[in-house]
Write a protein of this length. Structure first.
Lengths: 355, 342, 115
């Protein structure tokens, strides 16, 4: 194997014609992220991106939890590739980090065991008569945003600057394990120093926080958080990270994986409710954003259209720092214009009070 | 084209020692060195294990040897081509030198492992992470300090950086780093008695004479702490120090601590010259080190008549081993040259 | 505080920055040979108590060195102070004296054994 420095690891991202594979959990946790990504790629960058109604799960969570067998997993992935092939695309873009890890693993296994690929082709054909091509390029949406970060910057209305102090916002970046740890040489910067979110933060005016537990996993771990008895050490990992970053006073956390984004956000509620500890300013939490949400609010999208109100840690203090205008009255208004009702407030985790 | 009896490639301890012994036996020796200065890695050494001999004494002794009347030394003369022409070897250099001789001695030595390949250790990213060579330079000028110019409170030494590591393609042990870490930690405690010194290791390999005694002395007289466990994550703290993580394998518990300096005990690899010339001549062995025809009985000879090896171009060696090997090579070459004139 | 059906796990990492390393320095003052221990386990292999209990002198000594005192007093009570360990130590460590001094220091730090 050729020796390479981590600085030479590169992601390969196609220039155009993406087949977007939506994520099961992201659509319910970060309701606006995928929609806004398609919008940015299609309307702002002028690229062709397919959003297919026929999509289904990749079964990655089942696979990584050890409940879906490998052959089944491969056949499900093969069916996704068949949908891509039928739609006339070659560049597969899975929204979820677990999907990204899984499809890369599956393709790598087929590369090393071509007879397995033939077997799976047989299974799929037998099941529903479908045929497929292996994608020419598999890239994560964050790679696409990273690739076009400079073009997007030109269109941005805001930057990662604290409008009250004029200083760059301090941002913690967190990368999902399955993005870089399975095939570190296939992503820019590898698993230790992945550059994808760093590049966005720096390009858009922010400052990256380098804190002791930066490379520690969020603790998601599939069967760990799913089983109640294991949840204690799943949450302990996020807690370890939050404790470690707190002295640096980060303005927000940016993540590229659904599990990490959800857990670093939701566990702040869990820690506050069970131990009374909070990590942000004035008893509030540290907001956690997906990279699509971040790009969107910088581009001037209405934060409530992006889905920021569905986060556990409320984002108004961050929006205020960035000078982003929002109407509190719109916060809980649905697409139809009807008021959807306000959620209960947590006992310990403070939210912005409106007079 | 200039004629000589022997062309010695490399002006480090092996090359100089061999050249001197050949010169004493009345052979005309050409000694070519790629750098401006001779001495190879001895150039940066402060003291030598296990007896703390001042490296400058070794340098003066080597310098004196190069002045022998039968030796012609050429600096800044990197060898570009070594080829066989009839019964002779032809050696050409980057600065246009061109020699022909019945014998060539390859003494092109080693290079230290480039620690940037071990990305998890943060070398080249965090200023407090330095190599054993850089630490030795600090000792030499008597200034052990952090990047901010402060006195370190705690120094960690990490063994096996680039050695015994399949991730970087080096399965072998570099042999000198364990004892060198003992030496460096003692030197650190001599210069800064208040500093806490920790050595992290996978095994402690004290194979040479007086090594084990020195290891014991480091614990008994200098309070150096040894932790069996490999540091596998380095990150900055809020006050610009370094958090290191390992498993304390003997208590079977993960361990973390903050240090001011992390000294990476970088291993030994074949130098670029060793790899390149070895490839040209066809004497490359494992890991690009040069290969003799018999480890046990003819360790200075190669499969080519008149092409000899000495020192760390073959494998990691200590300084005394290198010097002894150079003298052995000189003897082999002397016998070879005599056999030609008979 | 709410009961969510689980509690957040405590860290099991030894944090040397937060550990009390001074207690071990007091042991070393009394028993300088403690510094020489290589953790080879010869002591534990021959230990009378180890053959019938969980007592592991090597490990107790190491945890004490790292300032991890929890549960050590109970462990040390298992030692019969027979001194066999001291005979086999190839580095001449006065193991018996280490045990004796660790007991006293733990007592002073209010780490009580169950006895």
């Amino acid at each position: 194997m050729k020796k390479q420095y981590w600085t030479e690891y590169e992601s390969k991202v196609a220039d155009d014609h993406y087949y977007y594979e939506r994520s099961c959990i992201r659509q319910s946790f970060f309701t606006g992220s995928e929609e806004v990504f398609i919008n940015i790629v299609r309307d702002l960058l002028g690229k062709d991106i397919a959003d297919d109604m026929n999509l289904h799960t990749c079964s990655g969570i089942g696979y990584y939890s050890g409940v879906v067998p490998l052959d089944t997993t491969m056949t499900v992935v093969a069916r996704l590739f068949a949908l891509m092939t039928e739609a006339g695309y070659k560049n597969f873009v899975p929204s979820c980090i677990t999907s990204f890890g899984l499809v890369n693993e599956v393709v790598d296994m087929w590369h090393h065991f071509p007879e397995k690929l033939e077997q799976i082709r047989g299974y799929l054909k037998e099941a529903n008569g479908k045929e497929f091509d292996v994608p020419e390029n598999i890239a994560h949406p964050c790679d696409i945003i990273y690739k076009y970060r400079k073009e997007l910057k030109e269109k941005m209305k805001y930057s990662l600057t604290n409008v009250h102090t004029g200083k760059p916002l301090k941002v913690v970046e967190h990368i999902g394990c399955h993005y870089a740890k399975i095939f570190p040489r296939q992503v820019k910067g590898g698993a230790e120093f992945p550059q994808v979110l760093v590049g966005m933060i720096q390009e858009w005016g922010g400052e990256v926080v380098d804190y002791p537990e930066r490379r520690h996993c969020c603790g998601f771990g599939f069967s760990q958080y799913m089983v109640l008895a294991n949840r204690g050490y799943s949450a302990a990992n996020s807690k370890k990270k939050l404790e470690s970053m707190q002295p640096f006073k980060p303005d927000f956390i940016l993540a590229n994986c659904p599990g990490c984004t959800m857990f670093m956000d939701r566990w702040q509620y869990t820690i506050a409710e069970t131990e009374g500890i909070t990590y942000g300013e004035n008893g509030m939490g540290i907001p956690v954003l997906t990279y699509e949400e971040l790009a969107a609010i910088l581009l001037g999208y209405n934060p409530w259209d992006v889905g920021l109100q569905t986060h556990q840690v409320q984002v108004e203090p961050l929006l205020d720092k960035m000078g982003i205008k929002y109407d509190p009255k719109d916060k809980y208004v649905g697409k139809s214009g009807a008021f959807l009702g306000e959620p209960e407030k947590p006992t310990h985790l403070k939210v912005k009070a409106y007079e | 084209m200039n004629k000589a009896d022997v062309v010695v490639i490399g002006g480090g301890p092996a090359g100089i020692e061999a050249a001197y012994n050949l010169a004493r036996d009345n052979h005309k020796v050409v000694l070519v060195e790629k750098e401006k200065e001779i001495f190879g890695h001895m150039q940066t050494a402060y003291t030598l294990f296990p007896n703390f001999q001042d490296a400058s004494e070794i340098r003066s002794s080597l310098l004196q040897k190069t002045k022998h009347g039968n030796i012609t030394l050429y600096n800044n003369s990197e060898v570009t081509q070594v080829s066989r022409e009839n019964d002779f070897w032809r050696v050409q250099t980057i600065n246009g030198l061109d020699f022909i001789a019945p014998a060539v001695l390859l003494a092109s030595g080693f290079k230290t492992f480039d620690a940037r390949y071990k990305e998890e250790l943060g070398y080249g990213i965090y200023k407090g992470v330095i190599t054993s060579v850089e630490f030795e330079e600090m000792l030499k000028v008597g200034k052990i300090q952090t990047a901010n110019g402060e006195k370190p409170r705690r120094i960690a030494f990490l063994n096996c950086v680039g050695s015994r590591d399949e991730k970087v393609g080096n399965h072998y042990c570099s042999r000198v780093c364990c004892i060198n870490a003992v030496k460096l930690s003692i030197e650190a405690k001599k210069q800064l008695p208040e500093v806490e010194a920790y050595c992290f290791y996978m095994d402690i390999r004290m194979s040479g004479q007086f090594y084990e005694e020195l290891y014991r002395k480091s614990q008994e007289d200098f309070d150096v702490n040894y932790i069996r466990g490999r540091i596998s994550e380095v990150a900055p703290t809020i006050d610009n120090r370094l958090q290191v993580k390992c498993e304390d394998t003997l208590s079977q518990t993960p361990l973390k601590m903050t240090v001011d300096l992390l000294v990476l005990m970088i291993g030994i690899e074949a130098s670029e010259g060793t790899a390149r010339i070895g490839e040209q001549v066809g004497v490359n062995g494992e890991y690009n080190f040069s290969k003799s025809i018999s480890l046990h009985t003819a360790d200075n000879k190669t499969k080519h008549q008149g092409f000899f090896l000495a020192g760390t171009c073959k494998r990691p060696l200590t300084v005394p081993e290198t010097m002894a090997d150079a003298r052995a090579a000189a003897l082999e070459i002397d016998l070879y040259l005599k056999s030609l004139s008979q | 505080m709410k009961d969510l059906g689980f509690s957040i796990s405590q860290s099991r990492t030894i944090d040397l920055d937060k550990s009390d390393l001074s207690a071990y320095r007091r042991v070393v003052e009394k028993v300088p040979s403690a510094k020489l221990c290589l953790m080879c386990g010869a002591c534990t292999a021959t230990c009378t108590a180890r053959n019938h209990t969980d007592f592991n002198f090597r490990k107790v000594h190491l945890l004490f060195r790292r300032g991890q005192f929890e549960g050590l007093a109970e462990e040390l009570d298992k030692c019969m102070l027979c001194g066999k360990c001291r005979l086999v130590c190839n580095r001449g460590v006065n193991t018996r004296a280490i045990i004796y001094n660790m007991r006293i220091i733990l007592e002073n730090l209010n780490y009580k054994s169950i006895k």
